[in-house]
Write a protein that binds this ligand. Structure first.
Ligand SMILES: C[S@@+](CC[C@H](N)C(=O)[O-])C[C@H]1O[C@@H](n2cnc3c(N)ncnc32)[C@H](O)[C@@H]1O
Length: 316
């Protein structure tokens, strides 16, 4: 007759048991780790498309993925972000084939979001446009020395050497005159994104510090590099998601006319009372692109349209 095998029981000492217990993270700890950077731009800094413009007011693209998973939002649903900023929510939705809507009141931030979500592109034509533009710019950039920079606000002049600023201005005019209409916005956004990369002043967010000098990079090189980064990211989008509809409206979220009032999910990060003045922090880009030419001008054309998120703006 065969006997059943003897049952062997392993016993760990209470000390080992405690060690094991403490080394297994609890659900809450895992959850906390996952959500650690949700409120910051850290995750998005190196992620394709999100990385084009380092918007410190932006949140993590992983936060959007997480929330879409939690609420089982799938293609066929619609998502809304009333303070869409540079479009993090919309980019993620598009990457998942989900239609989405966003509103942004800052004109230059809106333009970034628009370009980041324009994926229905003839890539061969875009590559050719980038190659031709680089060649023609290399050939003609010496003429940049004729550019007049004196009309630009001091903040812009203090971020670059005269030589580099002349080159950046020359590139801007070149894009305006020579790049095909279809790709012009993308090229302008590339130039805008290259500004802080090329600057001789510390432009790390949130404040630009003109007195803190850093190694300046050639504006033309930064611009071309940015263009190639953009096309590489765009080409990485699976073809089936390139046509996912997305709608980014330039306007005030408090009274925007949306084509639909039904959404399956709303996800946003509104302007908090954290003294973060979006118009102030984006002065370099706003001035360079000619949206405004002085602080008074920025207040009139941009700040008045934004929800005040600075407590210093309140009078009691
Ligand atoms: C916290 S940021 C959102 C950033 C966004 N989640 C992203 O990842 O880029 C808030 C945004 O609200 C915008 N904003 C301020 N007032 C607004 C208004 N009245 N209507 C629409 N957008 C507004 C600001 O310009 C800013 O870009």
């Amino acid at each position: 007759m065969r006997h059943p095998p003897k049952k062997v029981t392993y016993r760990f000492s209470p000390k080992t048991q405690k060690l094991v217990r403490e080394s297994i993270p609890t659900y809450a700890e895992v959850e906390k780790k996952i959500r650690e950077n949700f409120g910051t731009f850290a995750d998005s800094k190196n992620a394709p498309i999100h990385r084009w413009f380092q918007y410190p007011a932006g949140f993590s693209y992983k936060a959007v993925n997480y929330i879409l998973d939690q609420h089982v939002i799938v293609p066929g649903h619609t998502v809304y972000d009333p303070f869409v900023g540079t479009g993090t929510t919309i980019v993620v939705c598009k990457q998942r084939g989900i239609e989405s809507y966003g509103v942004e009141a800052h004109p230059f931030v809106h333009e970034i979001a628009e370009v980041k979500t324009d994926w229905d592109i003839n890539f061969k034509a875009l590559r050719e446009e980038i190659q031709n533009t680089s060649l023609r710019l290399e050939f003609s950039i010496a003429d940049a020395e004729r550019e007049d920079v004196s009309h630009l606000p001091k903040l812009v002049r203090s971020c670059f050497s005269r030589h580099n600023l002349q080159r950046l201005l020359f590139i801007r005019s070149f894009v305006q005159q020579s790049v095909s209409k279809r790709f012009q916005k993308l090229f302008f956004v590339a130039l805008t994104c290259a500004l802080r990369q090329a600057s001789a002043a510390a432009t790390g967010w949130p404040y630009i510090a003109p007195k803190k000098r850093i190694k300046e990079k050639d504006g033309l090189e930064a611009f071309i590099k940015q263009l190639y980064r953009m096309i590489e990211d765009l080409e990485s989008v699976p073809p089936e998601f390139r046509k996912t509809p997305s709608h980014i409206i330039l306007g005030d979220a408090r009274n925007s006319k949306l084509p639909s009032s039904f959404f399956n999910l709303g996800f946003t990060s509104p302007p908090y009372l954290n003294n973060y003045d979006y118009a102030d922090r984006t002065r370099l880009e706003t001035y360079f692109n000619g949206y405004a030419s002085s602080w008074g001008d920025i207040t009139e054309k941009v700040r008045k349209k934004l929800i005040v998120s600075a407590t210093t703006g309140f009078i009691s």
